[in-house]
Design a protein around this ligand. Structure first.
Ligand code: 13P
Ligand code: SF4
Length: 319
C-alpha cells in the first residue's frame, strides 16, 4: 500500500472514530476533496462551506481551506471544535485589509452600510453590517441599493467594481485584490478565445474587469462548476484557481476544460493560478491535525458576537 493510501485510510478511520467531519474548498489538494466527499463531509464554495459547517451535527470539524473559512465555521458554531491543517493559511484579501485601517475608512463614512467579503478577518467582519461571498454579493448589494443604501465595500476591488457596475449602487471600494485572480489577463484571454471559438468563458469575479468583461458566466466556484455541467458547450475556458479542475472534470466528464492565461509562465507570475495558502493543505498535515488535535481555531467571543450578525444576515438572506 502506498504512503498516500495509508494516510487516506488513517484519515477515514480517525474521522469516524472521532465522529468528525471534513469540510474542503475546491482549491485544495484533490485527495482531500475526494476524502471530504466520500466521508460525508463536503467540498464546496465559501457560502456552502459556512452553511454545511453550521448545519452538520458533528461536534468536530476539520476545515481544509484558508483561515477565514475556519473562523467563519467557528463563529457560526462556537460550541463546535474547529481545526485546520495549517493556521498560517491566509489570503491576500484578508492580509490587505487590516482592521485598524478598515475601521478608520468606515468611520470616515458613517452614513454608509458596510459590506465585506467573506475573505476577511473576524475583526473586519465585526466592523461590517453584512458579510457576503462571491455567490451572493451581487444580490445582496442590489437589495441594499434598492433600499437606497450607500455602501462601503471591502476588500476585493475587482469584485466590488463588478457589483457596482451590475447594480449601479453607490459604492466606496477598498483597494484589495486576490493575488491569484489578479494574474488573469484580458488580452491573452481574447487570443485564446479566438483559438477556441466554441468555448464558453467562466470567470470568478475576483478577476480584473478586462477578464470579467469577456465572460459568459461570472460566479463563485460552485456556480462555475454548475455552469460547466449545465451549459451546452463542448469546451470551457476557466479563469479561477486551477484547483477547481479536479471536481469540475468529475462533474462534467465529457467537457474540455482549458485554463485561462495568466500574466506569464511560472518564472514570472506570482501565483500561476494556484493559491499558495490553499496549497498549505496536505494529506500529511491534515492527518497530523486529526491525530493530535492541534491547530484549533479560536475567535475572541467579543469579536464573534459582532461578526456573527453580519454572517447570519447573509445566510438568512440566502435561505
Ligand atoms: P468561492 O466562495 O467562490 O469559493 O471563493 C472563495 C475564494 O477564496 C476564491 O478565491
Ligand atoms: Fe484569497 Fe485568492 Fe487564495 Fe481565494 S485564491 S483564498 S481570494 S488569495
Amino acid at each position: 500500500q502506498s504512503e498516500k493510501a495509508e494516510m487516506k485510510e488513517k484519515i477515514r478511520r480517525l474521522l469516524k472514530e472521532k465522529e468528525a467531519v471534513l469540510v474542503a474548498h475546491y482549491y485544495v489538494d484533490p485527495d482531500i476533496q475526494d476524502l471530504a466527499e466520500e466521508t460525508g463531509g463536503c467540498v464546496a464554495d465559501s457560502l456552502e462551506m459556512a452553511r454545511f459547517g453550521r448545519d452538520h451535527p458533528a461536534k468536530t470539524l476539520f476545515v481544509a481551506g484558508v483561515r477565514f473559512m475556519g473562523e467563519t465555521a467557528k463563529m457560526l458554531s462556537p460550541e463546535k471544535r474547529i481545526f485546520m491543517p495549517d493556521l498560517d493559511a491566509n489570503c491576500s484579501l484578508d492580509l490587505g485589509c487590516p482592521v485598524e485601517e478598515f475601521t478608520a475608512f468606515c468611520d470616515a463614512h458613517p452614513d454608509r452600510t458596510v459590506v465585506v467579503y467573506a475573505n476577511t478577518s473576524a475583526a473586519v467582519k465585526a466592523r461590517a453590517d453584512w458579510m457576503v461571498t462571491s455567490s451572493i454579493g451581487l444580490e445582496i448589494v442590489a437589495h441594499l441599493h434598492a433600499q437606497g443604501k450607500k455602501i462601503i465595500w471591502g476588500p476585493d476591488r475587482h469584485l466590488g467594481s463588478y457589483i457596482q457596475q451590475q447594480t449601479g449602487a453607490d459604492m466606496l471600494l477598498w483597494q484589495g485584490s486576490c493575488l491569484v485572480h489578479d494574474e488573469f489577463k484580458g488580452a491573452e484571454l481574447e487570443m485564446l478565445m479566438e483559438k477556441h471559438p466554441e468555448a464558453k468563458v467562466l470567470v470568478h469575479p475576483e478577476s480584473p474587469a478586462a477578464v470579467v468583461a469577456l465572460a459568459d458566466v461570472v460566479g463563485s466556484t460552485s456556480q462555475i462548476i454548475a455552469a460547466a455541467v449545465n451549459m451546452d458547450a463542448p469546451e470551457f475556458i476557466v479563469a479561477t484557481d486551477k484547483g477547481i479542475f479536479h471536481k469540475m472534470q468529475q462533474a462534467a466528464p465529457g467537457k474540455v476544460l482549458i485554463e485561462a492565461p495568466t500574466a506569464g509562465n511560472s518564472a514570472t507570475c506570482k501565483s500561476c493560478a494556484h493559491c499558495p495558502w490553499m496549497a498549505m493543505n496536505y494529506l500529511s498535515n491534515l492527518l497530523e491535525v486529526i491525530e493530535t488535535e492541534k491547530n484549533e481555531i479560536h475567535v475572541d467571543p467579543a469579536i464573534r458576537e459582532k461578526a456573527v450578525t453580519s454572517i447570519e444576515r447573509m445566510l438568512d438572506f440566502a435561505a
